[in-house]
Ligand binder design. Structure first.
Ligand code: PPE
Length: 304
């Protein structure tokens, strides 16, 4: 995917031209992965562009930074404003939003604390993440030979740039094996998540997703879908699951800001068939909400 350029990027409090949003090659984060980020989507609605659960995303950003003792130098409210301003100034009806905070230029070595912190918000138009047909025809996934990072090493709960080395290894392997996406198990064999998505299975009408304690990112899309499923009357449980449950699930899907709600059509070459009824119902409800067509969830939309 080559990046579609837009006009401005927000960098440390000011809007700069896209081509001028640059850093030094001795930026700490480039060498040691000392950064945290978010992925957020702004959707086109009848009342103009609306950012889905923006405050919750910026709260997670703030938590990720705090866990790494990284001073952002601005409050969650100020970050929310920075995002809105960046979307507005670029005149986009819908887009993907990428806030990133990282240790900048000035000091080298493994102690990041003396390094300055830089904060950036970039936006660009980003269509379907897992391929053109992902949302309709579903994706083929494979269980990775790479393991999910332990909760005690590069903790999955921190949305840190360094964590995505592991995701990249898994994604490369999956793609080389002909799958669209990988699923990672932890060292105990428990199902965790995709390289950039949470996962759900549906078994006997119950909607199940792995618990945070097995080592996942606490996804905002995951949280939204648990709420939506409960509101639709489904039983929703967070519980550990093992690989074979993926083969015997009635339905399965992945979800995330970039991936949205993507049905899974096969796991390790074992077919699950076309997207099932519960997946389709949740996917439909999700898109109605993010596109501002369900006023019951209006609180989740933040107008720019
Ligand atoms: N797990 C991981 C590892 C993850 O990266 C994401 C988001 C999720 C779960 C879902 O979280 P949420 O977006 O809050 O529902 N992945 C982001 C980055 C993707 C990328 O390729 O970059 C995203 O979806 O924006």
């Amino acid at each position: 995917m080559s990046l579609p350029k837009v006009d401005k990027i927000w960098m440390d409090g000011t809007l700069v031209d896209w081509d001028k949003a640059q850093v030094h090659v001795l930026t700490h984060a480039l060498h040691y992965g000392s950064g945290v980020f978010e992925g957020i989507r702004c959707y086109e609605t009848a009342d103009g562009p609306a950012v889905f659960r923006l405050t919750e995303h910026m709260e997670r950003f703030d938590r990720s930074a705090r866990m790494l003792l990284m001073e952002l130098g601005c409050s969650v409210d100020e970050m929310v404003e920075a995002v809105k301003e960046t979307v507005r100034v670029n005149g986009l009806a819908s887009c993907y939003i990428r806030p990133v905070a990282f240790r900048g230029y000035g000091v080298m070595g493994l102690d990041p604390l003396p390094c300055p912190v830089q904060v950036v918000v970039a936006v660009w138009p980003w269509g379907t993440y897992l391929g053109e047909d992902a949302l309709t025809h579903g994706v083929a996934v494979g269980v990775s030979s790479w393991r999910q990072r332990s909760v005690n090493a590069n903790p999955p709960a921190i949305k840190a740039t360094a964590n995505y080395l592991n995701s990249s290894l898994a994604r490369i392997e999956a793609n080389k094996h002909g799958y669209e996406e990988a699923i990672l198990l932890n060292e105990d064999g428990k199902v965790c998540e995709g390289t950039g998505e949470n996962i759900f299975i549906i078994k006997d009408g119950v909607v199940c997703t792995p618990p945070v304690s097995d080592g996942i990112l606490e996804g905002i899309t995951r949280d939204s879908l648990m709420t939506i499923a409960r509101d639709l009357g489904y039983e929703v449980v967070e519980r550990s699951m093992v690989r074979t449950e993926l083969y015997t699930a009635d339905e399965m899907f992945m979800c995330g800001t970039a991936a949205e709600v993507a049905p899974i059509r096969s796991v390790d070459g074992r077919s699950l068939g076309d997207a099932g009824p519960v997946t389709l119902e949740l996917q439909k409800a999700f898109f109605e909400i993010v596109q501002g067509r369900n006023s019951d969830y209006e609180d989740w939309l933040e107008r720019v």
